[in-house]
Ligand binder design. Sequence first.
Ligand code: SF4
Length: 324
Amino acid sequence: MSEPLLRVKDLVKNFDIKSGLLGRTFNKVHAVDNVSFEMQAGETLGLVGESGCGKSTTGRCILRLIEPTSGEVWFEGRSVRELSGRELTMLRRDMQIIFQDPFASLNPRMTAGAIIGEALIIHKLVKNNRELQDRVVELLDTVGLGAAHMRRFPHEFSGGQRQRIGIARALAVSPKLIVCDEAVSALDVSIQAQVINLLADLQEKFGFTYLFIAHDLSVVEHISKRVAVMYLGRIVELATARDLYVRPLHPYTEALLAAVPVPDPAVKRDKVRLKGEMPNPIHPPTGCHFHTRCPIRQLPLCSTEKPELKKMGDGHWVACHLRG
Ligand code: SF4
């Protein structure tokens, strides 16, 4: 297999909780806990889990929008943590993000044309105003909008159209990796399908690599080649999308899948129901983080020993004492 485009190794991100006038740290939120994975150029990896499981923080650490506490991220073989100045600017060009809330992520005082053109100007990708206009129109066309939309403001668009502007903004700099951070979660189901289809078409046309972050397994199913399931800061299962949906191994994945409607009657799934809330990441449970909600846990093993990710087949990894 060729050198991965992205390699994440033992990534950790803790957020300090401070108090008092001196701002002393009195606790930590353990948002990302030793996450490792690789991505090949041109593939889509779905990163799935409940809200607060650390998936968005993982995406932001990769882009260096926030600094990881420890661990390494390599992009095209270069350590992202060691980049500074011009190299970091180039990295920002190669790695883009599409946010969940297109309304909040678009400046309400800028027209769609100005929003999309901003990155072209910052990265000096156009020589003059004529070229800028032409490129903006081309990008609008690529995402299914027209030149007439250029002079409109974000509030004049629907949610789906706003997300198309967010996509056009990301495309403007011809990135290699795009982190889609809950990019369709705020949209209606029918609009979600349109935006996912658009992202799939763009990938086919331009060869983009997507890290597709979502809280719903059904959303990532059709676009992802592989899927990683996160729970309380850790990856608990990683497999090809086909394997994960047909043969899930981790009880948490089974519970997430139980919530997804099955169109194929030949696919039988145990109706595992997820009980309770995800524990507080300030005080994650000992051993397997999932043991407080797991329907098949065995104590004291599951509450004392951390299960490591173990290879269970071709590209299928699981972190569970009983299934690994
Ligand atoms: Fe459940 Fe134990 Fe497996 Fe964790 S290690 S998922 S608690 S059986």
